[in-house]
Design a protein around this ligand. Structure first.
Ligand code: AMP
Ligand code: MG
Length: 517
């Protein structure tokens, strides 16, 4: 932030000589300080009104700031260093709106568990689009800020527990190197939220490159004119994929780009064991960031069918189903773009289907490449694929911990556990080691490669629950902050991995996560 002031200072002093101008300049700095660096430029509001509703966040009774993310504030070019706690709380609950904010709730629809539904921001408000000093555009959104025209029977509010969860998980994903929306702040409202029991209420300030979802296209395609859908397509291309503006077939190119982004995203989830939990089309962003964490979790024991969400009874969104679901969602997206892909419906369908069909083999190739890197391989040949397949089936059969297995493979002498006692694992490890030794750089180079992709720490379910329960029920944030701190450097200290994270026996078997709370 200071650098921005400096830059402006240089510019101004270069032109100023009179006292009056200096005073003017100092006043300007004062305004900037009060403004904290907010720099809104709200383009979404220029779309037809069908895409949003204009409304302010509902004021809250007793705002109290709980968490503030300085790292993200710096990235955004915001400076709250001279703002007191009361003002921070007022700002991040919506009681005090920043200059330039033009709050809206966005309309969207979506396929939830396979069924089309009209949705929209039922408890969220986009304050506006902030431009960072680097010229990057971010939506600043409040979640839990009160009822909106899209609330249906909901109360528009969010529990402290679930907002802390989103803060923790989005920070963890960020530090794991996974594209994600960010969490700038959590503030308590001082008002109770009624769920199965009474909870403290809170507002999360969420930051994302936009909140445009596949569901936003579904909404426009189903309910608005072709012209409005076409304008929206223009808007999305220029906001997210400006390189496609000159493309001969922008709709098809957009589909390909979004498919590529989503492929890379789901690959990252598969790398780290992340389970989004509710991969409805309204929870899949056009930008390729992870958004809308509700019942998300991380898989401990390797089991492709792992699904912790209490509402995911048929395990539609289980760990290993995620790539297939992403492909399914992309097919829904493709359906909304057909009129712009080709005037001939049949031709349009064929072109779109090709992109969707390609997704599966492309994902498989990329998955083997990614797993190969996790295993330290420098190339992705048949031996490497064979070893990957062997390891996967061994992990599943022996209920190995997904995260720890890769740490043990890299550091068998440094890590405790039952792995080494397992003859089948030892045989596999010998073969793996022989393959690694044939590569340039041998084991040391492989270890270096592995350390970049295999986290030592993930937010283990039992730790997340302990931290959230203590914070939300007792106001004790000790565990929360210590977990958050650990998650800031998940790839650290790989070579002294003596303290592998261990999961209490039986915890995951009972574990359930909840959405929309
Ligand atoms: P989510 O599961 O967070 O993706 O939410 C699905 C839909 O339900 C979205 O339209 C949300 O805005 C809406 N929703 C979730 N919780 C609430 C709530 N407490 N009040 C109003 N709408 C909600
Ligand atoms: Mg959602």
């Amino acid at each position: 932030m200071f650098q921005i002031f400096q830059k402006r200072l240089h510019f101004k002093t270069f032109n100023l000589s009179s006292l009056q101008a200096t005073i003017q300049y100092l006043q300007q700095i004062d305004i900037m300080k009060n403004n904290k660096g907010w720099n809104f430029d709200n383009t979404y509001k220029k779309l037809p009104q069908d895409f949003y509703s204009i409304l302010d966040p509902m004021p809250v009774e007793k705002p109290e700031i709980i968490l503030f993310n300085s790292r993200l504030a710096d990235e955004l070019g915001l400076d709250f260093s001279e703002t007191d706690q009361a003002d921070l709380a007022a700002i991040f609950t919506g009681n005090q709106l920043p200059d330039g904010a033009e709050p809206i709730s966005q309309a969207y629809a979506g396929h939830q568990f396979g069924h089309f539904t009209m949705l929209g921001d039922g408890r969220a408000i986009v304050l506006g689009e902030h431009l960072s000093p680097h010229g990057k555009r971010y939506d600043i959104q409040f979640k839990g800020s009160g009822r909106t025209p899209y609330s249906r029977s909901g109360d528009g509010r969010a529990t402290l527990y679930s907002m802390l969860r989103e803060y923790l998980i989005s920070e963890a994903l960020h530090h794991l190197g996974i594209p994600t929306s960010g969490s700038l702040a959590v503030a308590e409202t001082g008002q109770p939220v009624y769920r199965e029991s009474v909870h403290p209420g809170a507002v999360l300030t969420r930051v994302a490159s936009s909140h445009i979802r596949i569901g936003t296209f579904e909404y426009a395609s189903r309910f608005l004119s072709r012209e409005k859908l076409s304008n929206f397509l223009d808007y999305v291309v220029s906001r997210h994929y400006p390189d496609l503006e000159e493309s001969e077939n922008r709709a098809l190119s957009l589909l390909k780009c979004v498919a590529e982004k989503q492929l890379n995203l789901v690959l990252e989830w598969m790398r780290t064991g992340f389970i989004h939990g509710v991969l409805n089309t309204d929870n899949m962003s056009i930008s390729g960031e992870s958004i809308d964490f509700g019942p998300c979790s991380f898989m401990n024991t390797f089991d492709p069918s792992t699904a912790f969400s209490s509402v995911d009874i048929n395990k539609r969104y289980a760990f290993s189903n995620q790539p297939g679901i992403v492909q399914w969602n992309l097919a829904i997206f493709a359906g909304t773009l057909l009129p712009f892909i080709d005037d001939d419906e049949e031709e349009a369908r064929k072109a779109a289907q090709e992109v969707i069909r390609e997704f599966e083999p492309r994902f498989k190739d990329e998955w083997y490449r990614m797993m190969g890197k996790k295993l330290g391989f420098s190339k992705s040949g048949s031996q490497q694929k064979y070893l990957t397949d062997q390891l996967i089936s061994w992990m599943e059969k022996s209920k190995a911990d997904y995260t720890n297995t890769f740490l043990v493979i890299a550091n068998p002498d440094e890590t405790p556990g039952h792995f080494k006692a397992n003859q089948e694992f030892r045989n596999w490890h010998d073969e793996w080691r022989a393959t690694i030794e044939k590569q340039q750089g041998g084991i040391s180079e492989a270890r270096r490669r592995m350390a970049r992709l295999n986290p030592l720490f993930i937010p283990r379910n039992h730790l997340v629950e302990e931290a959230l329960t203590a914070a939300s029920n007792d106001g004790d944030y000790t565990k929360f902050h210590s977990l958050l701190e650990k998650m800031k450097n998940p790839y650290q200290d790989q070579w002294v991995a003596k303290d592998l994270q261990l999961v209490p026996t039986g915890f995951d078997e009972q574990y359930k996560t909840f959405c929309g709370t």
